[in-house]
Write a protein that binds this ligand. Structure first.
Ligand code: LLP
Length: 419
C-alpha cells in the first residue's frame, strides 16, 4: 500500500496521520499539497535496490517536483539530478547535488545556461547541430571541457499519450541515427567537448517495460559503433518514464526492478555505467492535493462537486485528460452519485475529475486528488489570481512540517513595486 490509504475506520490516512486531522492542523484554509516523506524515501530506495550490483546512478528529474526540501532529501539519499533549465541547474546546486551526477538536458538550451553548466561541471546532452555549436561556445567561454552525451532519438514507440511521447522519429527531441557520423566527426574536432555517453528518453507514463529493452538494444548498437571509432564511452542513459498506478485499482504495474532487469545484462556485458532519470515514479505517489468541498450542484443531467482546488493548482486532468483518483477523507453517508469534481476557475476546462462515483459530500468535507507529487505543483499557475498553495509533509516521526510557504497576493504585487 502507498502512504495514502483508507483504513477500516473509513478515514483516509497519510502514513499514520488522519488527513482530516491534518486539515485541522494546517492554518491556511485553502487547498494544500500533503506529502509523505516516508513514501519518498521508499521510492528512492526501490530504485537504489533495483540498481544494486550495477555501475549506475539515479538522476531525479527535477521538473517533476522542484520543492527544495524534496530535492535536499533526495540528494541526501544519494540521488543525482536531471535539469532542463539554468534555474533548475542553480537550484540543484543549492540543494547540494553532486554536479558529476547531474545531466543538463533540453532541445533549446541557451548559451548563458550552458555556460553555467560548463562552469558547474555537469554532464550535458547534445540535442541538435546548433546545440553542439552552443555547447562548444559555452565551453570556450567557461574555459572548460564539457562532458557530453548524445541524446539519440531511437524511434521506439512508448505507447502513451502523444503529449508525453518523446522518442519517435518526428519528435522535436534528440538526434536521429542517420546523423550520428556527423556528430562523431564534429565532437572529435572540438577540444571543448568530450563525448562520454549516449542518452535516450522515450516518453512518460510508460507501463510496458519491454520498450526500455527495445531502446537499450538499439542504444548499445550505437555505443558499440561509437567505441569502434575510438571513443571511450562510459554512460548509457535510458531516461525516465515509468508509469504509476493512477487508477489505484491495484493493477500490477512494473516496478523499478522490473525496468532495470530488462537492461541489466546488456549494461553489464557492455561495461557501461547506467543512468536512469525517474520523475513521476519517484515523487508521484508521495502526495495528495487536499481540497475542501464548497458545495454541490446539478445542471441538466450533470452533478457537480465544487471544491476550493482547481486547474490552477493541478492542471493534468485539464491538459492531458489525465485520471487522478479522487476520494473523500472522512466516512460519508450521503447518497452515492456520479459527479464531476470541479474548481472555482472561470473555465469549463477547470475540472479535477469527471464522472466520479462519490457519496454526496457535505460542505466543508475534505476531498483529495491522489498521486499529485509529480507535475502538479510544478505545473501550477496563478490563473484567476489563485496564488500557489502551501506544501506540507508528514515526516518519518509522523510530524506535520511545512515544506513550502503559500504564495500570497503580496508576492504578486511585488512584481510591480517601483514601476
Ligand atoms: N528525462 C527526460 C529527458 C524527460 O524529458 C523526462 C520527462 C524525464 C526524464 C522524467 O520522466 P518521468 O519519469 O517523470 O516520466 N507533464 C507531463 C509529463 C512530462 C514529462 C516530460 N519529460 C505529465 O504531467 O504527465
Amino acid at each position: 500500500a502507498t502512504a495514502f490509504h483508507a483504513k477500516d475506520d473509513g478515514f483516509l490516512y497519510c502514513d499514520d496521520r488522519k488527513v482530516v486531522d491534518v486539515m485541522e492542523e494546517v492554518p491556511e484554509k485553502r487547498p494544500f499539497y500533503l506529502y509523505s516523506k516516508r513514501q519518498l524515501t521508499k521510492n528512492y530506495k526501490a530504485y537504489e535496490a533495483a540498481l544494486s550490483g550495477l555501475d549506475s546512478f539515479i538522476g531525479y528529474a527535477i521538473k517533476a517536483n522542484n520543492n527544495l526540501k524534496i530535492l535536499q532529501h533526495l540528494q541526501q539519499l544519494g540521488s543525482g539530478a536531471v535539469l532542463v533549465s539554468g534555474n533548475e541547474l542553480q537550484l540543484a546546486l543549492k540543494a547540494g547535488f553532486d554536479p558529476t551526477r547531474c545531466i543538463f538536458n533540453g532541445n533549446g538550451k541557451l548559451v548563458e545556461e550552458l555556460v553555467l553548466a560548463a562552469r558547474a561541471g555537469v554532464l550535458v546532452n547534445v540535442d541538435s547541430e546548433f546545440d553542439l555549436e552552443h555547447i562548444t561556445q559555452a565551453g570556450k567561454i567557461a574555459g572548460k571541457t564539457v562532458k557530453v552525451l548524445f541524446r539519440i532519438n531511437p524511434d521506439v514507440d512508448p505507447q502513451v499519450h502523444p503529449y508525453v511521447s518523446t522518442g519517435n522519429k518526428n519528435s522535436k527531441f534528440g538526434i536521429r541515427n542517420e546523423k550520428l557520423q556527423w556528430f562523431l566527426d564534429e565532437v572529435r574536432a572540438r577540444p571543448e567537448l568530450e563525448l562520454v555517453g549516449i542518452h535516450c528518453h522515450l516518453g512518460s507514463t510508460i507501463t510496458k517495460v519491454n520498450v526500455f529493452k527495445d531502446a537499450a538494444v538499439l542504444m548499445v548498437e550505437y555505443a558499440e559503433e561509437i567505441r569502434r571509432q575510438g571513443f571511450t564511452l562510459r554512460y548509457l542513459n535510458i531516461g525516465g518514464g515509468l508509469g504509476i498506478d493512477y487508477k489505484r485499482e491495484g493493477a500490477i504495474l512494473p516496478s523499478p526492478t522490473d525496468l532495470i532487469d530488462t537492461v541489466r545484462d546488456l549494461v553489464k556485458r557492455e561495461k557501461l555505467t547506467l543512468i536512469i532519470e525517474p520523475g513521476r515514479s519517484m515523487v508521484g505517489n508521495t502526495c495528495a492535493l487536499v481540497n475542501r468541498v464548497t458545495g454541490v450542484k446539478s445542471n441538466g443531467n450533470k452533478n457537480f462537486v465544487v471544491v476550493d482546488g482547481s486547474m490552477s493548482e493541478l492542471i493534468r486532468p485539464s491538459l492531458y485528460d489525465a485520471y487522478q483518483h479522487i476520494e473523500l477523507v472522512s466516512p460519508c453517508s450521503g447518497p452515492v452519485d456520479t459527479f464531476d469534481v470541479v474548481g472555482p476557475v472561470c473555465e469549463s476546462a477547470d475540472f479535477l475529475g469527471k464522472a466520479r462515483q462519490l457519496p454526496t459530500p457535505p460542505e466543508g468535507a475534505g476531498l483529495v486528488v491522489h498521486d499529485s507529487g509529480a507535475y502538479c505543483m510544478a505545473m501550477a499557475s496563478t490563473y484567476n489570481l489563485r496564488m500557489r498553495p502551501p506544501e506540507y509533509w508528514v515526516d518519518e516521526a509522523g510530524q506535520l512540517q511545512k515544506i513550502r510557504h503559500a504564495e500570497t497576493l503580496d508576492d504578486h504585487l511585488r512584481a510591480f513595486e517601483g514601476l
